[in-house]
Design a protein around this ligand. Sequence first.
Ligand SMILES: [Zn+2]
Length: 95
Amino acid sequence: MEQPKLPDLETICPHCGGSGYVTNPVWIEWLKKRKQNPDLPMPDEDEEVKCGECDGIGMVPTEAGKALLDFLYMYFIPAVERKNEGKARFYENQR
Ligand SMILES: [Zn+2]
C-alpha cells in the first residue's frame, strides 16, 4: 500500500537564504560608520553569526510543518515522558 504523501514540512529560511548564517549586526553597523570614519577599527567579532530565525539550520517549518510540530508536542512528548517514567520506575525497583 502506498504511504500517504505529506505536504512540504520545511522551506528555505527567508532570513538567511538557507545558509544558516547572517552578517553580524555589529559588522553592518561598522560598514555604515566606516563611510564617515575610514580609520574605524574592524569589529573584534565574527563577521557571520548564526541566523536567529532558523537557529543555523537554514530551513524553517512551513504551516504544515508547524501543525506537525504541534501534533508531536501534543502526542509524542507525553508518550516519551510516560515511557521514561516507566524506565525510572524500572530502575528504582532494581535497587
Ligand atoms: Zn535562517
